[in-house]
Design a protein around this ligand. Structure first.
Ligand code: LLP
Length: 446
């Protein structure tokens, strides 16, 4: 019987009691599902470690910081693991900032204001890359002493200047430029074209830097760019970096000291083919990013998200029912679009494999969730081994933008999360209860 695709070293089949059974590292997923229930996100720390190492190795010849993009997966234990691996962080909100600080054991913000310095140690490798930071968020980031703000408009610059003057806190700033470079990806996650809301046009940049340089507490220090996510080609990255390198030269000629270039994130993963060689992919990406910067002597900031955690996670779900409507056989599972929205939102195709390899007979099925929308599907017309009620399926490559985009739609409590390390499986987020879901609401009389 041919074996379904796997994701070594995170998800591989092992044999026990004569059956091929999917494991996360050395932990059988059937057991984890039994213990923690389903739907359940399971992550492999080994896989995350390997991926971060590949990044560090590929960029070892240049001074760099891997600022993991928190939005991809913001669980505190994942952040802690990444921090232990020497990563910094890219945050886009006060909430993400707080998560990073908490994951490093820093006290809540209000306490640290009195204690001074504690956050500075925890926050020195954080970049703030929000499109619309509020004053409260700026204040929190200034107090925490983050490394650099990536600004996206003149108004945001004014707001940060006012905030830093009020708090009497210095800050390094960069502008995120919009390089007007197309990247072949889903339109919702392409960000580097002039019609997109992101960044400032290159032709406005010089003037904005000149304005920023006059602000008392701000110091111009970098240029940042991010052209989109799930980008599989390397040419768009080099095209964007060529433009950034040109700008760095122009800014230096105008007297600015540009120490940092932030290359953003966006390196895609192969959702279809599990045999890809990640270190090779990262090293091709490294070439694309670093070649245009040669000779500039800048410190490189990188903001990968998906490629660090995506293949390290799977969503484990149990089949509730099967039924046939007309010509279509439906597998109704206990996970739904509220748990993993990528198929519904971006027409993403995640591979789905059985946790226990059983049937050799295959059939075309739709794998769907219990939410009341036809858009609630994980796969349509997918060729899968025959799957019966009560069996478990693993939806692969769900470590990035899975749980972090989960919602309570249909009043469904969010899934639990488990982090595996070798033989150990730790619960890193409890399953929500319906009381958690309605906690902030009141049944008010009108
Ligand atoms: N830096 C910035 C400024 C970003 O906006 C993003 C992602 C990243 C870094 C990380 O990009 P990555 O390395 O993960 O591609 N929910 C979508 C993806 C949205 C990406 C948003 N920005 C999905 O599920 O495909």
């Amino acid at each position: 019987m041919s074996e379904p695709p796997q994701r070594p070293p995170a998800f591989v089949y092992g044999s026990g009691r004569g059956q091929r059974s999917l494991c996360c590292e050395q932990v059988p997923l059937a057991k984890v599902a039994e213990r923690f229930g389903t739907p359940l996100y399971v992550y492999s720390s080994h896989s995350i470690r390997e991926r971060v190492r590949a990044f560090h190795q590929a960029f070892e010849k240049v001074e760099h910081t891997v600022c993991y993009s928190v939005k991809a997966n913001s669980n505190l234990s994942i952040l802690r693991l990444l921090s232990d691996l020497g990563c910094g962080f890219d945050v886009v909100s006060g909430g993400e900032l707080l998560r990073v600080l908490r994951s490093k054991g820093a006290p809540p913000l209000s306490r640290s204001v009195r204690q001074g310095g504690i956050h500075r140690r925890a926050a020195g490798n954080i970049v703030f890359s929000g499109v619309g930071e509020t004053v409260d968020e700026m204040e929190a980031a200034l107090r925490a002493g983050i490394l650099i703000f990536n600004l996206e408009s003149a108004s945001e610059l004014e707001a940060l200047a006012a905030c830093s003057a009020r708090l009497k806190r210095n800050a390094l700033v960069a502008f995120r430029v919009n390089p007007d470079v197309p990247a072949d990806t889903h339109p919702y996650i392409s960000t580097g074209l002039h019609e997109h809301k992101f960044g400032v046009p290159l032709h406005q940049a010089i003037e904005l830097y000149a304005r920023a340089a006059k602000m008392k507490y701000l110091q111009v220090a970098g240029v940042s760019v991010h052209i989109g996510s799930q980008i599989m080609e390397f040419a768009p990255f080099s095209a964007a970096m060529e433009r950034v390198a040109d700008l760095v030269r122009q800014l230096r000629a105008a007297g600015h000291s540009i120490e940092y270039v932030d290359a953003g994130g966006g390196l895609g993963i192969n959702y279809q083919d599990s045999s890809e060689d990640f270190p090779k992919r990262v090293s091709a990406y490294t070439q694309a990013v670093t070649k245009p910067l040669r000779g500039l002597g800048v410190k490189l900031l990188l903001e990968p998200g998906r490629c660090v955690v995506g293949p390290a996670g799977a969503l484990i779900t149990r089949v509730l029912y099967t039924k046939t409507n007309g010509a279509t056989k439906f597998i109704i599972v206990d996970a739904a679009m509220n748990d993993l929205i990528r198929p519904s939102l971006y027409q993403a195709e995640h591979q789905i494999i059985p946790v226990q390899v059983g049937h050799s007979r295959r059939e075309l099925v739709d794998v769907v969730g219990p939410v009341c929308e036809s858009g609630d599907f994980f796969a349509r017309g997918r060729d899968l081994p025959v799957t019966n009620e009560g069996e478990l399926l693993a939806i692969l490559d769900a470590g990035a933008y899975g749980m972090s985009l989960a919602s309570n739609y249909n009043s469904r409590p969010r899934a639990a999360e488990v982090l595996v390390n070798g033989k150990s499986a730790k619960l890193i987020r409890k399953r929500e209860t319906i009381s958690d879901v309605i906690r902030a609401e009141v049944a008010a009389l009108s």
